[in-house]
Design a protein around this ligand. Structure first.
Ligand code: FAD
Length: 414
C-alpha cells in the first residue's frame, strides 16, 4: 500500500471546482476526510486574464499559491491523475501509484488544443500573435494593444465548446476601447472570426453587443475557423463555410492576432470509463452525479452538463455537489439541483460590462433585479462588479465554502 492509501472523499483538480467543493463539504462537516489531487503549485483566477489583456489587472492578481487556497482540513496530494478504475474505487496517479476512495469528485478542467492550429505554438507571444487564454500571454495582449497605431487586428473564436464563450469577444472589445480612447481606431481594421454562426448564443444580449460592433466598426466574419498561422509572414488561414455549407480557405494578413484555442476534454478523462461519447465526465445535469457510478460526481469545465463553462457556473455547481454527496453519506436522498447557471461579464468597454447570466436552454437567470443591474445593457455597475467584486467573491466566498448567491436549489424549488 502506498502512503495515500484511501480517503473518504477524493477530489481530482484543485482549480475552481475542486477547491470550492472541498470547502463547501467542510462547511457541512469539518471532520470529513478529504484529499485533493492537484499537480500545480499555482492556482489561476482565469476570469482575471481578460482584464490583464485589457490593462485593468496585473498578471500577479490572477496567480495564487495553491498551498494558500487548499482548505486546511483537506489533504493535498501533489500529483497528476492519469486514469480511473471506478469499479475498484481507485484513481491512478502519473507515477503509477493509486489512491482509493469512497466518494470521488472530478474537476480537472479542460484541455487547450493549441496544436490544432498549424504553426500557432511556435509563434505565440511574438510576431503580434497572442491569447488571453494563457497566463503568460495576457500581458502581451495589452502590450500589443498599446503599441498598435494602425493596421489589421484579427480576433478568432474556435468551434464550441470553449470555456467562457465570451472571452474571445471581450479581448476584442477591450482592445477597441483602448484604440477608440487613443483615437487610433479609425486606422485599425478590426475583424472577429467566429467558427460559429452567431456572435453570442443568448439573443437577449445581442442588441447591446451589436451596438459595440457598430461603434468600433468591427467586421463580423461568422463561419470562419482559424486553422493555421504563419507568424513571420503575419498571415492567418481560415476555413470559411458559406450559407450552403461549401468551404474554402482564406488567408488574411494581420498586424495583431488574438487567438482563442480549440478546446476538448483532458485525455485522461476522455480515455477513461467516466467519459461520455464526447469525452466529458458523464453526469446528470441536475444532480451532477455520474450517470453510471453512483459514488462519483463531476463539475466544472470537465463535466458533460450543457451549461456555459464558467467559474460562475462552478460557483453554483460546487454547493450542489457538496450537498448531494453529503446527503448520500448521511443516507438521505439527493435533492440539490443545478439549473445550468453560468455567467459571462462581457467587457464591452473599459468601464462598462454587459452581464450575461443564463441557465439551461439560454433562460435568463439574473442575480439582481433589473432596477439594480440590467444585464442586457452595458453598465458601469456591472463593470464595478467585474473589476472589484467578482475576484473577492471567488476567493473569499466560493473557495471558502461561503455559498453567497449560490445556495443550492432543491428539485422542488428550481
Ligand atoms: P480549472 O479552474 O481550470 O481547474 C482545473 C484544475 O485541475 C487545475 O488546477 C489543474 O492544474 C488541475 N488538473 C489538470 N490536470 C490534472 C490532473 N491530471 N490531475 C489532477 N489535477 C489536474 N469564468 C467566469 O465565470 N467568468 C469569466 O469572466 C471568465 N473569463 C475567462 C477568461 C479566460 C481567458 C479563461 C481562460 C477562462 C475564463 N473563465 C471565466 C472560465 C473559468 O476560469 C473556468 O470555467 C473555471 O476555472 C473552471 O473551473 P474548473 O475547476 O473546471 O477548472
Amino acid at each position: 500500500m502506498n502512503q495515500f492509501a484511501k480517503h473518504q472523499i477524493l477530489i481530482v483538480g484543485g482549480g475552481a471546482g475542486g477547491i470550492a467543493t472541498a470547502a463547501s463539504l467542510l462547511k457541512r462537516d469539518k471532520s470529513l476526510d478529504i484529499a485533493i489531487i492537484e499537480p500545480s503549485e499555482s492556482h489561476y483566477y482565469q476570469p482575471g486574464w481578460t482584464l490583464v489583456g485589457g490593462g485593468a489587472f496585473t498578471q500577479a492578481q490572477t496567480r495564487h499559491a495553491m498551498a494558500s487556497l487548499i482548505p486546511k482540513k483537506a489533504r493535498w496530494i501533489r500529483s497528476a491523475v492519469s486514469g480511473f478504475d471506478p469499479d475498484n474505487n481507485q484513481v491512478i496517479l502519473a507515477d503509477g501509484e493509486s489512491v482509493g476512495y469512497e466518494y470521488l469528485v472530478v474537476s480537472p478542467g479542460l484541455k487547450l488544443c493549441w496544436d490544432k492550429i498549424e504553426g500557432l505554438e511556435e509563434t505565440l507571444g511574438k510576431n503580434g500573435v497572442t491569447s488571453n487564454y494563457r497566463f503568460d500571454l495576457a500581458p502581451y495582449t495589452w502590450k500589443l494593444v498599446q503599441e498598435l497605431q494602425s493596421g489589421v487586428a484579427l480576433f478568432s473564436q474556435p468551434p464550441m465548446p470553449i470555456k467562457c464563450a465570451g472571452a474571445p469577444q471581450k479581448a476584442m472589445y477591450l482592445s477597441c476601447s483602448e484604440w477608440f480612447k487613443r483615437k487610433r481606431l479609425k486606422d485599425i481594421h478590426v475583424s472577429f472570426h467566429n467558427a460559429g454562426a452567431v456572435l453570442f448564443g443568448v439573443k437577449e444580449y445581442m442588441p447591446a453587443l451589436m451596438e459595440y460592433i457598430e461603434k468600433y466598426d468591427i467586421k463580423l466574419c461568422l463561419g470562419e475557423n482559424l486553422i493555421a498561422v504563419n507568424g513571420e509572414q503575419k498571415t492567418a488561414t481560415f476555413v470559411v463555410t458559406d450559407a450552403e455549407g461549401n468551404t474554402r480557405e482564406e488567408v488574411r494578413q494581420f498586424d495583431m492576432l488574438h487567438v482563442c484555442p480549440p478546446q476538448a476534454s483532458m485525455d485522461f478523462i476522455a480515455n477513461s470509463p467516466l467519459a461520455d461519447e464526447a469525452g466529458w465526465v458523464e453526469v446528470d445535469q441536475e444532480s451532477l452525479q455520474h450517470k453510471r457510478y453512483e459514488n462519483i460526481w463531476g463539475l466544472g469545465d470537465a463535466c458533460s452538463a450543457p451549461n456555459a463553462k464558467t467559474a460562475a457556473a462552478v460557483r453554483q455547481q460546487a454547493p450542489v455537489v457538496a450537498a448531494n454527496l453529503f446527503s448520500v453519506i448521511k443516507g438521505k436522498p439527493q435533492i440539490a439541483c443545478y439549473t445550468g447557471y453560468g455567467s459571462c461579464p462581457l467587457t464591452v468597454e473599459r468601464g462598462k460590462v454587459v452581464l450575461a447570466e443564463f441557465g439551461y436552454g439560454g433562460v435568463l437567470q439574473p442575480s439582481f433585479p433589473k432596477w439594480v443591474l440590467d444585464g442586457t445593457k452595458a453598465t458601469r455597475r456591472a463593470w464595478f462588479l467585474k473589476e472589484n467584486l467578482l475576484s473577492p467573491i471567488y476567493f473569499q466566498a466560493m473557495l471558502k465554502g461561503r455559498e453567497w448567491l449560490a445556495a443550492p436549489k432543491t428539485k422542488e424549488k428550481k
